[in-house]
Design a protein around this ligand. Structure first.
Ligand code: ADP
Ligand code: MG
Length: 475
Protein backbone atom coordinates (compact mmCIF):
# COMPACT_ATOMS: atom_id res chain seq x y z
CA UNK A 1 0.00 0.00 0.00
CA UNK A 2 1.46 3.34 -0.93
CA UNK A 3 1.80 6.02 1.67
CA UNK A 4 0.22 9.29 0.59
CA UNK A 5 -0.36 12.61 2.27
CA UNK A 6 -3.98 11.64 2.60
CA UNK A 7 -3.29 8.25 4.19
CA UNK A 8 -0.75 9.66 6.62
CA UNK A 9 -3.08 12.45 7.61
CA UNK A 10 -6.04 10.09 7.98
CA UNK A 11 -4.05 8.01 10.44
CA UNK A 12 -2.97 11.11 12.32
CA UNK A 13 -6.56 12.24 12.48
CA UNK A 14 -7.86 9.04 13.96
CA UNK A 15 -5.20 9.25 16.64
CA UNK A 16 -5.98 12.92 17.32
CA UNK A 17 -9.69 12.27 17.41
CA UNK A 18 -9.24 9.82 20.23
CA UNK A 19 -7.32 12.32 22.27
CA UNK A 20 -9.34 15.52 22.19
CA UNK A 21 -12.89 16.76 22.64
CA UNK A 22 -15.19 16.15 19.67
CA UNK A 23 -16.00 19.85 19.40
CA UNK A 24 -12.33 20.80 19.32
CA UNK A 25 -11.69 18.12 16.74
CA UNK A 26 -14.43 19.46 14.56
CA UNK A 27 -13.33 23.05 14.89
CA UNK A 28 -9.59 22.69 14.52
CA UNK A 29 -8.92 19.49 12.60
CA UNK A 30 -11.74 18.86 10.20
CA UNK A 31 -10.97 21.98 8.15
CA UNK A 32 -7.37 20.91 7.55
CA UNK A 33 -6.44 19.47 4.16
CA UNK A 34 -3.38 17.30 3.63
CA UNK A 35 -1.63 18.62 0.53
CA UNK A 36 1.55 16.69 -0.10
CA UNK A 37 4.11 14.41 1.36
CA UNK A 38 7.77 14.78 0.49
CA UNK A 39 10.65 13.21 2.36
CA UNK A 40 8.83 12.74 5.62
CA UNK A 41 7.48 16.27 5.43
CA UNK A 42 3.72 16.44 5.45
CA UNK A 43 2.20 19.66 4.14
CA UNK A 44 -1.19 20.55 5.48
CA UNK A 45 -3.34 23.43 4.43
CA UNK A 46 -4.98 25.51 7.15
CA UNK A 47 -7.58 28.21 6.54
CA UNK A 48 -5.76 31.12 8.14
CA UNK A 49 -2.76 32.24 10.08
CA UNK A 50 -4.98 32.37 13.13
CA UNK A 51 -5.65 28.70 12.66
CA UNK A 52 -1.99 27.92 12.38
CA UNK A 53 -1.18 29.82 15.53
CA UNK A 54 -3.99 28.17 17.37
CA UNK A 55 -2.74 24.73 16.38
CA UNK A 56 0.77 25.64 17.39
CA UNK A 57 -0.38 27.02 20.69
CA UNK A 58 -2.73 24.23 21.69
CA UNK A 59 -2.07 21.11 19.70
CA UNK A 60 1.57 21.08 18.80
CA UNK A 61 2.43 18.18 21.10
CA UNK A 62 -0.43 16.09 19.88
CA UNK A 63 0.42 16.78 16.25
CA UNK A 64 3.99 15.88 16.87
CA UNK A 65 3.18 12.58 18.52
CA UNK A 66 0.77 11.67 15.76
CA UNK A 67 3.23 12.56 13.05
CA UNK A 68 6.21 10.79 14.58
CA UNK A 69 4.03 7.73 14.97
CA UNK A 70 3.34 7.79 11.25
CA UNK A 71 6.58 9.02 9.75
CA UNK A 72 9.22 8.40 12.36
CA UNK A 73 11.58 10.72 14.18
CA UNK A 74 12.53 12.79 11.16
CA UNK A 75 8.92 13.76 10.52
CA UNK A 76 8.24 17.36 9.67
CA UNK A 77 5.11 19.38 9.35
CA UNK A 78 4.68 22.18 6.86
CA UNK A 79 1.75 24.52 7.17
CA UNK A 80 0.31 26.08 4.09
CA UNK A 81 -1.74 29.02 5.08
CA UNK A 82 -4.52 29.83 2.75
CA UNK A 83 -5.14 33.39 3.58
CA UNK A 84 -6.12 36.69 2.20
CA UNK A 85 -2.78 38.30 1.79
CA UNK A 86 -2.59 41.57 3.59
CA UNK A 87 -0.66 43.27 0.85
CA UNK A 88 -3.02 42.46 -1.92
CA UNK A 89 -1.23 39.63 -3.69
CA UNK A 90 -3.02 36.37 -3.51
CA UNK A 91 -0.06 33.99 -3.21
CA UNK A 92 -0.54 31.60 -0.34
CA UNK A 93 2.21 32.01 2.15
CA UNK A 94 3.95 28.95 3.37
CA UNK A 95 6.14 28.34 6.29
CA UNK A 96 8.40 25.45 6.99
CA UNK A 97 8.36 24.29 10.50
CA UNK A 98 10.84 21.66 11.52
CA UNK A 99 8.86 19.82 14.12
CA UNK A 100 11.88 19.46 16.33
CA UNK A 101 12.55 23.13 16.54
CA UNK A 102 9.34 25.03 16.48
CA UNK A 103 10.50 27.87 18.60
CA UNK A 104 12.01 29.37 15.44
CA UNK A 105 8.59 30.15 14.17
CA UNK A 106 7.83 32.36 17.05
CA UNK A 107 10.51 34.72 15.78
CA UNK A 108 7.76 36.43 13.82
CA UNK A 109 6.84 38.42 16.85
CA UNK A 110 7.63 42.02 16.58
CA UNK A 111 7.90 44.00 19.70
CA UNK A 112 9.55 47.35 19.33
CA UNK A 113 9.13 49.41 22.42
CA UNK A 114 9.00 53.05 21.49
CA UNK A 115 10.51 55.33 24.05
CA UNK A 116 8.83 58.60 24.68
CA UNK A 117 11.13 60.93 22.82
CA UNK A 118 9.01 64.00 22.84
CA UNK A 119 8.87 65.71 26.19
CA UNK A 120 6.35 68.31 25.13
CA UNK A 121 3.94 65.73 23.82
CA UNK A 122 0.36 66.97 23.81
CA UNK A 123 -1.79 64.44 25.55
CA UNK A 124 -5.44 65.00 24.68
CA UNK A 125 -6.44 63.46 28.00
CA UNK A 126 -4.66 66.09 29.95
CA UNK A 127 -5.93 69.50 30.81
CA UNK A 128 -3.48 72.02 29.40
CA UNK A 129 -1.17 73.42 32.01
CA UNK A 130 -0.89 70.26 34.05
CA UNK A 131 2.35 68.61 33.09
CA UNK A 132 1.98 64.91 32.95
CA UNK A 133 3.30 62.69 30.21
CA UNK A 134 2.17 59.47 31.77
CA UNK A 135 -0.70 58.09 29.80
CA UNK A 136 -3.54 56.83 31.95
CA UNK A 137 -5.01 53.69 30.50
CA UNK A 138 -8.66 54.63 31.24
CA UNK A 139 -9.33 50.99 32.05
CA UNK A 140 -12.01 49.76 34.39
CA UNK A 141 -10.53 47.04 36.61
CA UNK A 142 -14.01 45.69 37.34
CA UNK A 143 -14.17 44.37 33.83
CA UNK A 144 -11.73 41.49 33.80
CA UNK A 145 -11.48 37.97 32.47
CA UNK A 146 -12.20 36.40 35.85
CA UNK A 147 -15.69 37.77 35.91
CA UNK A 148 -16.35 37.36 32.21
CA UNK A 149 -18.03 33.98 32.15
CA UNK A 150 -17.29 31.68 29.30
CA UNK A 151 -19.96 30.07 27.15
CA UNK A 152 -20.41 28.89 23.58
CA UNK A 153 -21.63 32.35 22.67
CA UNK A 154 -18.36 34.05 23.57
CA UNK A 155 -15.69 31.35 23.51
CA UNK A 156 -13.86 32.49 20.40
CA UNK A 157 -13.88 36.15 21.38
CA UNK A 158 -12.81 35.37 24.91
CA UNK A 159 -9.93 33.08 23.96
CA UNK A 160 -8.76 35.37 21.19
CA UNK A 161 -8.84 38.20 23.73
CA UNK A 162 -6.74 36.18 26.13
CA UNK A 163 -4.30 35.23 23.38
CA UNK A 164 -3.88 38.91 22.55
CA UNK A 165 -3.41 39.74 26.22
CA UNK A 166 -0.65 37.16 26.47
CA UNK A 167 1.24 38.51 23.49
CA UNK A 168 0.04 41.95 22.54
CA UNK A 169 1.08 42.67 18.97
CA UNK A 170 2.58 39.22 18.70
CA UNK A 171 -0.31 37.24 17.30
CA UNK A 172 -2.04 37.45 13.97
CA UNK A 173 -5.15 38.79 15.72
CA UNK A 174 -4.17 42.32 14.89
CA UNK A 175 -6.45 44.08 14.89
CA UNK A 176 -8.72 42.02 17.05
CA UNK A 177 -12.27 43.07 16.27
CA UNK A 178 -14.96 41.99 18.69
CA UNK A 179 -18.46 42.51 17.37
CA UNK A 180 -21.97 41.76 18.54
CA UNK A 181 -25.26 43.31 19.59
CA UNK A 182 -25.86 45.62 22.54
CA UNK A 183 -25.21 44.38 26.03
CA UNK A 184 -23.37 41.24 25.02
CA UNK A 185 -20.07 42.09 26.64
CA UNK A 186 -17.97 43.93 24.04
CA UNK A 187 -16.94 46.69 26.39
CA UNK A 188 -16.30 44.18 29.14
CA UNK A 189 -13.93 42.09 27.01
CA UNK A 190 -12.22 45.18 25.64
CA UNK A 191 -11.38 46.32 29.17
CA UNK A 192 -10.49 42.80 30.27
CA UNK A 193 -7.83 42.55 27.56
CA UNK A 194 -6.36 45.87 28.59
CA UNK A 195 -6.45 45.04 32.29
CA UNK A 196 -4.72 41.72 31.67
CA UNK A 197 -2.02 43.33 29.54
CA UNK A 198 -1.38 45.99 32.17
CA UNK A 199 -1.03 43.21 34.68
CA UNK A 200 1.38 41.14 32.60
CA UNK A 201 3.28 44.00 30.98
CA UNK A 202 3.11 47.00 33.30
CA UNK A 203 5.58 48.91 31.14
CA UNK A 204 3.32 48.85 28.09
CA UNK A 205 1.22 51.88 27.33
CA UNK A 206 -2.35 50.73 27.08
CA UNK A 207 -5.20 53.04 26.20
CA UNK A 208 -8.92 52.37 26.20
CA UNK A 209 -11.11 54.95 24.49
CA UNK A 210 -14.58 55.01 23.02
CA UNK A 211 -14.79 55.85 19.34
CA UNK A 212 -17.02 58.74 20.33
CA UNK A 213 -14.45 60.28 22.62
CA UNK A 214 -11.71 59.68 20.07
CA UNK A 215 -13.83 61.57 17.54
CA UNK A 216 -14.38 64.48 19.94
CA UNK A 217 -10.69 64.72 20.67
CA UNK A 218 -9.94 64.69 17.00
CA UNK A 219 -12.43 67.46 16.22
CA UNK A 220 -11.02 69.46 19.09
CA UNK A 221 -7.50 69.01 17.73
CA UNK A 222 -8.56 70.26 14.33
CA UNK A 223 -10.11 73.35 15.90
CA UNK A 224 -7.02 74.07 17.91
CA UNK A 225 -4.68 73.31 15.07
CA UNK A 226 -3.05 70.45 16.95
CA UNK A 227 -3.94 67.62 14.60
CA UNK A 228 -0.33 66.49 14.38
CA UNK A 229 0.01 66.32 18.13
CA UNK A 230 -3.14 64.26 18.25
CA UNK A 231 -1.76 61.78 15.76
CA UNK A 232 1.60 61.74 17.43
CA UNK A 233 0.06 60.98 20.79
CA UNK A 234 -1.85 57.99 19.50
CA UNK A 235 1.16 56.68 17.65
CA UNK A 236 2.97 56.23 20.94
CA UNK A 237 0.46 53.76 22.34
CA UNK A 238 1.46 50.09 22.57
CA UNK A 239 -2.05 48.73 22.91
CA UNK A 240 -4.88 50.83 21.55
CA UNK A 241 -8.43 49.76 22.39
CA UNK A 242 -11.24 51.60 20.59
CA UNK A 243 -14.77 50.75 21.64
CA UNK A 244 -17.77 51.00 19.31
CA UNK A 245 -16.02 51.84 16.04
CA UNK A 246 -19.38 51.85 14.27
CA UNK A 247 -19.48 55.40 15.62
CA UNK A 248 -16.91 56.31 12.94
CA UNK A 249 -19.46 55.66 10.25
CA UNK A 250 -19.99 58.65 8.01
CA UNK A 251 -17.17 60.58 9.74
CA UNK A 252 -14.54 60.66 7.06
CA UNK A 253 -12.10 62.98 8.81
CA UNK A 254 -11.94 60.77 11.86
CA UNK A 255 -11.68 57.66 9.72
CA UNK A 256 -8.81 59.18 7.84
CA UNK A 257 -6.85 60.05 10.96
CA UNK A 258 -7.58 56.66 12.49
CA UNK A 259 -6.36 55.00 9.31
CA UNK A 260 -2.98 56.68 9.67
CA UNK A 261 -2.71 55.90 13.34
CA UNK A 262 -3.70 52.31 12.71
CA UNK A 263 -1.12 51.81 9.99
CA UNK A 264 1.62 53.25 12.12
CA UNK A 265 0.77 51.08 15.10
CA UNK A 266 0.34 47.96 13.02
CA UNK A 267 3.62 48.43 11.21
CA UNK A 268 5.39 48.78 14.52
CA UNK A 269 3.93 45.62 15.95
CA UNK A 270 1.58 47.43 18.28
CA UNK A 271 -1.73 45.86 19.16
CA UNK A 272 -5.07 47.32 18.10
CA UNK A 273 -8.33 46.09 19.59
CA UNK A 274 -11.66 47.26 18.26
CA UNK A 275 -15.28 46.60 19.09
CA UNK A 276 -18.29 47.19 16.94
CA UNK A 277 -21.99 46.41 16.96
CA UNK A 278 -21.70 44.97 13.45
CA UNK A 279 -19.48 42.64 11.47
CA UNK A 280 -17.17 44.47 9.06
CA UNK A 281 -19.27 43.39 6.06
CA UNK A 282 -22.33 45.06 7.56
CA UNK A 283 -20.67 48.33 8.49
CA UNK A 284 -22.16 51.23 6.67
CA UNK A 285 -20.26 54.31 5.63
CA UNK A 286 -16.88 53.12 6.72
CA UNK A 287 -14.26 53.59 4.06
CA UNK A 288 -13.22 50.49 2.19
CA UNK A 289 -9.55 50.89 3.05
CA UNK A 290 -10.43 50.89 6.76
CA UNK A 291 -12.75 47.91 6.42
CA UNK A 292 -9.99 46.00 4.71
CA UNK A 293 -7.68 46.79 7.64
CA UNK A 294 -10.31 45.48 10.05
CA UNK A 295 -10.22 42.22 8.15
CA UNK A 296 -6.46 41.84 8.52
CA UNK A 297 -6.77 40.36 11.94
CA UNK A 298 -9.52 38.38 13.52
CA UNK A 299 -13.19 39.30 13.80
CA UNK A 300 -14.79 37.42 16.64
CA UNK A 301 -18.50 37.59 17.28
CA UNK A 302 -20.24 37.73 20.63
CA UNK A 303 -23.54 35.99 20.29
CA UNK A 304 -26.49 35.96 22.64
CA UNK A 305 -25.65 33.60 25.47
CA UNK A 306 -27.54 30.35 25.79
CA UNK A 307 -29.62 29.48 28.83
CA UNK A 308 -26.81 27.76 30.78
CA UNK A 309 -24.47 30.67 30.28
CA UNK A 310 -27.17 33.12 31.34
CA UNK A 311 -27.74 31.14 34.51
CA UNK A 312 -24.06 31.08 35.34
CA UNK A 313 -23.68 34.80 34.65
CA UNK A 314 -26.53 35.56 37.04
CA UNK A 315 -25.25 33.20 39.71
CA UNK A 316 -21.80 34.63 39.49
CA UNK A 317 -23.15 38.14 39.82
CA UNK A 318 -25.23 37.20 42.88
CA UNK A 319 -22.28 35.46 44.42
CA UNK A 320 -20.06 38.49 43.94
CA UNK A 321 -22.72 40.74 45.41
CA UNK A 322 -23.17 38.38 48.34
CA UNK A 323 -26.84 37.87 47.59
CA UNK A 324 -28.63 34.57 47.85
CA UNK A 325 -31.49 33.69 45.58
CA UNK A 326 -33.32 30.42 45.07
CA UNK A 327 -32.34 28.50 41.93
CA UNK A 328 -35.84 28.42 40.49
CA UNK A 329 -35.97 32.20 40.51
CA UNK A 330 -32.57 32.55 38.90
CA UNK A 331 -33.68 30.12 36.24
CA UNK A 332 -36.95 31.90 35.72
CA UNK A 333 -35.19 35.19 35.06
CA UNK A 334 -32.55 33.58 32.85
CA UNK A 335 -35.20 31.82 30.86
CA UNK A 336 -37.21 34.95 30.18
CA UNK A 337 -34.56 37.53 29.56
CA UNK A 338 -32.61 36.26 26.61
CA UNK A 339 -31.66 39.16 24.44
CA UNK A 340 -28.69 40.56 26.29
CA UNK A 341 -26.63 40.37 29.42
CA UNK A 342 -27.09 43.96 30.45
CA UNK A 343 -30.85 43.45 30.67
CA UNK A 344 -30.34 40.24 32.55
CA UNK A 345 -28.22 42.02 35.13
CA UNK A 346 -30.74 44.87 35.23
CA UNK A 347 -33.60 42.52 36.01
CA UNK A 348 -31.66 40.84 38.80
CA UNK A 349 -30.70 44.18 40.29
CA UNK A 350 -34.27 45.43 40.29
CA UNK A 351 -35.41 42.16 41.78
CA UNK A 352 -32.97 42.53 44.65
CA UNK A 353 -33.95 46.16 45.07
CA UNK A 354 -37.69 45.47 45.05
CA UNK A 355 -37.39 42.78 47.63
CA UNK A 356 -35.25 44.84 49.96
CA UNK A 357 -37.30 48.05 49.65
CA UNK A 358 -40.54 46.26 50.27
CA UNK A 359 -39.01 43.87 52.74
CA UNK A 360 -40.50 41.07 50.71
CA UNK A 361 -39.05 37.66 50.07
CA UNK A 362 -37.87 37.19 46.55
CA UNK A 363 -40.63 34.99 45.24
CA UNK A 364 -41.51 33.69 41.84
CA UNK A 365 -44.46 36.11 41.84
CA UNK A 366 -42.17 39.05 42.35
CA UNK A 367 -39.77 37.71 39.72
CA UNK A 368 -42.68 37.50 37.27
CA UNK A 369 -43.68 41.10 37.90
CA UNK A 370 -40.15 42.38 37.49
CA UNK A 371 -39.46 40.36 34.38
CA UNK A 372 -42.72 41.44 32.81
CA UNK A 373 -41.99 45.11 33.36
CA UNK A 374 -38.49 44.61 32.21
CA UNK A 375 -39.27 42.87 28.98
CA UNK A 376 -41.95 45.41 28.14
CA UNK A 377 -39.86 48.44 28.94
CA UNK A 378 -36.78 47.50 27.05
CA UNK A 379 -37.13 48.65 23.52
CA UNK A 380 -36.06 46.21 20.94
CA UNK A 381 -33.39 47.54 18.63
CA UNK A 382 -34.90 47.95 15.20
CA UNK A 383 -32.76 47.93 12.13
CA UNK A 384 -33.10 50.21 9.14
CA UNK A 385 -33.85 47.16 7.01
CA UNK A 386 -36.67 46.20 9.31
CA UNK A 387 -38.09 49.73 9.19
CA UNK A 388 -38.05 49.72 5.39
CA UNK A 389 -39.79 46.37 5.37
CA UNK A 390 -42.52 47.49 7.79
CA UNK A 391 -43.13 50.74 5.94
CA UNK A 392 -43.25 49.05 2.52
CA UNK A 393 -45.63 46.38 3.83
CA UNK A 394 -47.86 49.02 5.29
CA UNK A 395 -48.15 50.80 1.96
CA UNK A 396 -48.22 47.51 0.08
CA UNK A 397 -45.15 48.08 -2.00
CA UNK A 398 -41.79 46.37 -2.37
CA UNK A 399 -38.74 47.65 -0.58
CA UNK A 400 -37.16 48.23 -3.99
CA UNK A 401 -40.07 50.48 -4.95
CA UNK A 402 -39.67 52.42 -1.74
CA UNK A 403 -36.00 52.91 -2.56
CA UNK A 404 -36.50 53.75 -6.24
CA UNK A 405 -35.80 57.12 -7.78
CA UNK A 406 -39.44 57.80 -8.63
CA UNK A 407 -41.13 61.05 -7.64
CA UNK A 408 -44.60 59.56 -7.34
CA UNK A 409 -46.07 61.18 -4.30
CA UNK A 410 -47.11 58.11 -2.29
CA UNK A 411 -43.74 56.46 -2.86
CA UNK A 412 -41.86 59.59 -1.88
CA UNK A 413 -43.94 59.76 1.29
CA UNK A 414 -43.26 56.14 2.16
CA UNK A 415 -39.56 56.74 1.68
CA UNK A 416 -39.66 59.86 3.83
CA UNK A 417 -41.47 57.95 6.56
CA UNK A 418 -38.85 55.21 6.47
CA UNK A 419 -36.13 57.86 6.85
CA UNK A 420 -38.01 59.56 9.65
CA UNK A 421 -38.38 56.32 11.61
CA UNK A 422 -34.79 55.33 10.95
CA UNK A 423 -33.75 58.62 12.53
CA UNK A 424 -36.16 58.11 15.41
CA UNK A 425 -35.53 54.46 16.22
CA UNK A 426 -31.88 53.86 15.36
CA UNK A 427 -28.62 55.52 16.22
CA UNK A 428 -27.55 55.72 12.59
CA UNK A 429 -26.31 59.04 11.24
CA UNK A 430 -28.26 60.95 8.61
CA UNK A 431 -25.65 60.03 6.01
CA UNK A 432 -25.85 56.38 6.92
CA UNK A 433 -29.66 56.39 6.82
CA UNK A 434 -29.59 58.04 3.42
CA UNK A 435 -27.18 55.56 1.96
CA UNK A 436 -29.25 52.63 3.22
CA UNK A 437 -32.57 53.98 2.03
CA UNK A 438 -32.11 54.32 -1.70
CA UNK A 439 -28.62 55.84 -1.68
CA UNK A 440 -29.66 59.37 -0.82
CA UNK A 441 -27.51 61.98 0.91
CA UNK A 442 -27.84 63.32 4.43
CA UNK A 443 -29.61 66.50 3.32
CA UNK A 444 -32.39 64.42 1.77
CA UNK A 445 -32.85 62.57 5.04
CA UNK A 446 -32.94 65.80 7.01
CA UNK A 447 -35.51 67.18 4.61
CA UNK A 448 -37.57 63.99 4.95
CA UNK A 449 -37.60 64.25 8.73
CA UNK A 450 -38.76 67.87 8.56
CA UNK A 451 -41.43 67.04 6.00
CA UNK A 452 -42.81 64.24 8.15
CA UNK A 453 -42.90 66.53 11.17
CA UNK A 454 -44.74 69.20 9.20
CA UNK A 455 -47.20 66.88 7.53
CA UNK A 456 -48.10 65.07 10.71
CA UNK A 457 -49.14 68.34 12.32
CA UNK A 458 -51.10 69.56 9.30
CA UNK A 459 -52.46 66.47 7.59
CA UNK A 460 -54.78 64.14 9.48
CA UNK A 461 -54.38 61.19 7.15
CA UNK A 462 -50.64 61.50 7.33
CA UNK A 463 -50.70 61.65 11.11
CA UNK A 464 -52.58 58.35 11.04
CA UNK A 465 -49.75 56.81 9.00
CA UNK A 466 -47.20 57.98 11.54
CA UNK A 467 -49.24 56.63 14.44
CA UNK A 468 -49.92 53.27 12.83
CA UNK A 469 -46.30 52.81 11.89
CA UNK A 470 -45.07 53.91 15.30
CA UNK A 471 -47.24 51.18 16.82
CA UNK A 472 -46.03 48.55 14.42
CA UNK A 473 -42.41 49.47 14.98
CA UNK A 474 -42.63 49.55 18.76
CA UNK A 475 -44.31 46.19 19.12
P1 ADP B 1 -21.66 45.84 25.15
O1 ADP B 1 -20.45 46.69 25.23
O2 ADP B 1 -21.53 44.70 24.19
O3 ADP B 1 -22.92 46.60 24.89
P2 ADP B 1 -21.09 45.36 27.95
O4 ADP B 1 -19.68 44.93 27.83
O5 ADP B 1 -21.35 46.73 28.44
O6 ADP B 1 -21.85 45.12 26.56
O7 ADP B 1 -21.84 44.28 28.85
C1 ADP B 1 -23.09 44.53 29.48
C2 ADP B 1 -23.07 43.96 30.88
O8 ADP B 1 -23.11 42.55 30.82
C3 ADP B 1 -21.82 44.33 31.64
O9 ADP B 1 -22.17 44.61 32.98
C4 ADP B 1 -20.97 43.08 31.57
O10 ADP B 1 -20.15 42.95 32.71
C5 ADP B 1 -22.02 41.99 31.52
N1 ADP B 1 -21.59 40.80 30.78
C6 ADP B 1 -21.66 40.59 29.45
N2 ADP B 1 -21.20 39.38 29.12
C7 ADP B 1 -20.81 38.80 30.27
C8 ADP B 1 -20.23 37.53 30.60
N3 ADP B 1 -19.96 36.62 29.66
N4 ADP B 1 -19.97 37.29 31.91
C9 ADP B 1 -20.24 38.20 32.85
N5 ADP B 1 -20.78 39.40 32.61
C10 ADP B 1 -21.07 39.71 31.34
MG1 MG C 1 -20.21 48.74 24.98
Amino acid sequence: MSVTAQSVWDNCLSFIKDNIQPQAYKTWFEPIKPVKLTNKALSIQVPSKFFYEWLEEHYVKLLKVALVKELGNTARLVYIIKMENTYGNKKPFTEKIPSANRSNVKAQEIDVPIKNKSPELKNPFIIPGIRNVKIESQLNPNYNFDNFLEGDSNRLARSAGMAVANKPGGTSFNPLLIFGGVGLGKTHIAHAIGVEIKDKYPEKTVLYISAEKFTQQYIESVKKNTRNDFIHFYQLIDVLIIDDVQFFSGKSGTQDVFFHIFNHLHQNGKQVILTSDKAPVDMQDIEQRLLSRFKWGLSAELQTPDFETRVSIVKNKLYRDGVEMPDDIVEYVAKNIKSNVRELEGAIISLIAQSSFNKKEVTIELAKQVVEKFVKNTKREVSIDYIQKVVSDYFQMDVSTLQSKTRKRHIVQARQLAMFFAKKFTKASLASIGSQIGKRDHATVLHACKTVDNLSSTDKQFRKYVEDLTKKLSL
